[in-house]
Design a protein around this ligand. Structure first.
Ligand SMILES: [Zn+2]
Length: 83
């Protein structure tokens, strides 16, 4: 099991992958990088929790079902955090 040095996941990347993560659709590699980032990044922990709450409220999951406005707003917020 030879993992080459994994590039650290950025917050932006995490936001883009979070729906795949919740659908368990990430590759092992990205899943590991996601877990590594989420363990170290309180902002992303909050983001993940918010998204889980949103999805629970909707009773379903899927990027297509997610209000594009909600995603855009979350991504906008991350840009501010990273600034
Ligand atoms: Zn982060």
């Amino acid at each position: 099991m030879a993992f080459e040095a994994l590039a650290p996941m950025t917050c932006q990347e995490l936001v883009e992958l979070v729906t795949d993560y919740l659908e368990d659709a990430l590759s092992d590699r990205d899943h590991a990088r996601f877990d590594e980032h989420i363990a170290l990044c309180p902002m992303c922990q909050v983001h993940l929790e918010q998204l889980r709450t949103t999805i629970r409220a909707m009773g379903r999951i899927g990027e297509r079902d997610l209000d594009p406005g909600v995603l855009a707003e979350l991504q906008e917020r991350f840009r501010d955090w990273n600034a």
